[in-house]
Design a protein around this ligand. Structure first.
Ligand code: ADP
Ligand code: ADP
Length: 227
């Protein structure tokens, strides 16, 4: 589903990703961890071509990112992304936030997009908040809206970049529960997170990065039992 081969990435002179070889099969759940600045966010942003790479190859759902803008567009349609900041439009309701992309990108009619949005808002247990504005919701609720908005594109995989890091502690669990629920449904997921309980619960593999390299890759049990 997602393959990176010998990916190199620089920010100016700074070598941010060094020879990354990485692949994720359909349905797999990967947790990416490691110290701040190790390149986790950069790695997942490269998968959506939010960051261009210097060399190497990235293939997502059969699309080679270097091929064309069409390939990039296809990947962005098929891979949902959830960030630390929810990035909801403040002057649009929850429902409107969720129907924009399905109408524009999937070319759904307004009625179809609305039906889709309501379905995924229910899916993240926030269907009753559809008419509210983001500022009227808690951080945990806003993040679940962001997850629903991504799901409305019916993606083949979901990328999470520290989705709970901006939340107050009491809201972390509701977002993690939503992610657990998606994982149980078989969603292919790559999650950058420091939530090791979540990693133990859902990860097929935990990947540890340091200084732009993958330094360890293991099943969670093996990973956590390492001295
Ligand atoms: P992580 O997600 O592991 O904290 P990042 O991928 O965000 O790490 O960043 C990896 C390194 O790249 C850091 O040293 C960071 O300062 C640097 N970096 C990230 N984004 C940029 C950027 N846009 N310009 C310059 N340096 C960047
Ligand atoms: P189970 O197999 O035990 O029913 P689920 O995957 O349905 O597990 O749910 C796991 C946890 O996530 C539970 O605590 C459940 O309440 C919660 N949960 C399930 N679905 C959602 C959802 N869509 N949004 C938020 N939390 C959910």
């Amino acid at each position: 589903m997602i393959e990176m081969r010998q990916v190199e990435k620089f920010y100016g002179p700074f070598h941010a990703l060094k020879g990354i070889d990485f692949s994720v099969t359909k349905g797999e759940k990967i947790v990416l961890c490691g110290p701040s600045g190790s390149g986790k966010s950069t790695l997942i942003r490269c998968i959506n071509h939010l960051e261009p790479i210097a060399s190497g190859e990235i293939v997502v759902a059969g699309h080679r990112l270097s091929d064309s803008q069409d390939a990039v567009d296809a990947v962005r349609r098929e891979v949902g992304m959830v960030f630390q900041q929810f990035n909801l439009f403040p002057h649009k309701t929850v429902l409107e936030n969720c129907i924009l992309a399905p109408m524009r990108v999937r070319k759904l009619s307004r009625a179809e997009a609305e039906e889709t949005a309501r379905k995924y808002l229910e899916r993240v247990r926030i269907g009753d908040q559809a008419a509210k504005y983001p500022a009227q919701l808690s951080g945990g609720q806003q993040q679940r809206v962001a997850i629903a908005r991504a799901l409305c594109m019916e993606p083949k995989a979901m990328l999470f970049d520290e989705p709970t890091s901006a939340l107050d502690p009491e809201m972390v669990k509701e977002v993690l529960d939503t992610m657990v629920s998606l994982a149980r449904d078989g969603m292919t997921m790559i999650c950058v997170t420091h939530e090791m309980g979540f990693a133990r619960q859902v990860a097929d593999r935990v990947i540890f990065m340091a200084d732009g390299e993958i330094v360890e890759e293991n099943a969670p049990d093996a990973f956590f039992s390492n001295p």
